[in-house]
Write a protein that binds this ligand. Structure first.
Ligand code: GUN
Length: 289
């Protein structure tokens, strides 16, 4: 029996609908409109699309957004000056620096410069540390999106073996940290695999839930998946004029019990979680005044 499709597009749309009401209530109560500032450096075509999608999503739920499009030749000092200005701007609640950045800019230096209170990507070490300790200010967008997809698809995580493919700071490490926490849609036993992992297919075949976030097109094949496993595909890879995930969707959906498509799986969830974090940032600021 082919796998159940986990429809990220529909789940994200429902979240945006709820957020539209939450944002309206917040505005009515506080007379504050949440605002996201997004910084895009250079002209990477994929990043341009992501930032436009984020801008459009903000508008749909009633969140203001300002997009700063800077040339690829921007210096680190110029970018840091903009971040400092946005940190000080009380009308801006969330700041997002779209990655990747051009080579002349040291990514970590810039991400660390974003005020932890406005760090809606949850990249700042203070926010990563808080999340790891189970007392989050924000949750990282893509990992949180994965967790919500697992919850909405009714996947049992308590005591389940989750195998994460990939150890990136954006997805692999934080999603593993979130799913191992005590709590609902968590309590999993988590294994993180990466390029140095030995006997990878042997490990992935023990997964009740397999999360692929390695950025290699159709890397996960049917023989790597336990029959009945839930497969979450975080990959977005351009192959020719087609977008494919990290999972060979057709063959794997014959083995898995549930699977996310690419596009229309994790991608829309990342943006929905960013909107949620922007509202959270505005709420935190308004209650701190
Ligand atoms: N580039 C790819 N994914 C992301 C993300 O989640 N946030 C930011 N800021 N840049 C990205």
């Amino acid at each position: 029996m082919p796998a159940q499709l986990i429809d990220g597009k529909a789940i994200a749309a429902a979240i945006r609908e709820r957020l539209t009401q939450d944002v309206a209530e917040f505005r009515q109560k506080t007379h504050i409109t949440p605002k996201l500032a997004a910084i895009l450096v250079g002209d990477d075509p994929a990043s341009q699309v992501y930032v436009r999608n984020k801008e459009n999503a903000c508008a749909k739920v009633g969140i203001d957004s300002d997009v700063f499009r800077l040339p690829a030749t921007t210096t680190q000092a110029e970018l840091l000056a903009l971040v400092a200005r946005l940190n000080e701007d009380s009308t801006v609640h969330g700041i997002l620096v779209q990655l990747p950045l051009p080579d002349q800019i040291h990514e970590t230096t810039v991400l660390d410069a974003v005020s932890a209170a406005k760090d809606v990507d949850c990249f700042h070490p203070e926010n990563v540390g808080r999340m790891a300790q189970g007392r989050p200010r924000f949750l990282p967008c893509t990992p949180h999106g994965v967790q919500v997809l697992l919850r909405e698809s009714g996947t049992r995580l308590d005591g389940a073996h989750v195998v994460v493919l990939g150890r990136s700071e954006i997805v692999g490490k934080p999603v593993a940290m979130m799913l191992v926490q005590k709590g609902e849609t968590a309590n999993a036993t988590v294994t993180i695999c990466h390029s140095r992992t030995k006997n990878l297919p042997e490990l992935t075949r023990t997964a009740d839930v397999l999360i692929a976030a390695i950025g290699k097109p159709e890397f996960v094949t049917a023989d790597m998946v336990k029959p009945g496993a839930v497969v979450i595909d975080v990959g977005i890879n351009r192959v020719g004029d087609k977008l494919v995930g990290d999972v060979a969707f057709g063959p794997v959906s014959e083995v898995a019990s549930a699977i996310t498509p690419v596009p229309g799986g994790v991608g829309p969830m990342t943006i929905a979680m960013l909107l949620e974090n922007t509202l959270t940032a505005a709420r935190l600021r308004s209650s701190a005044r």
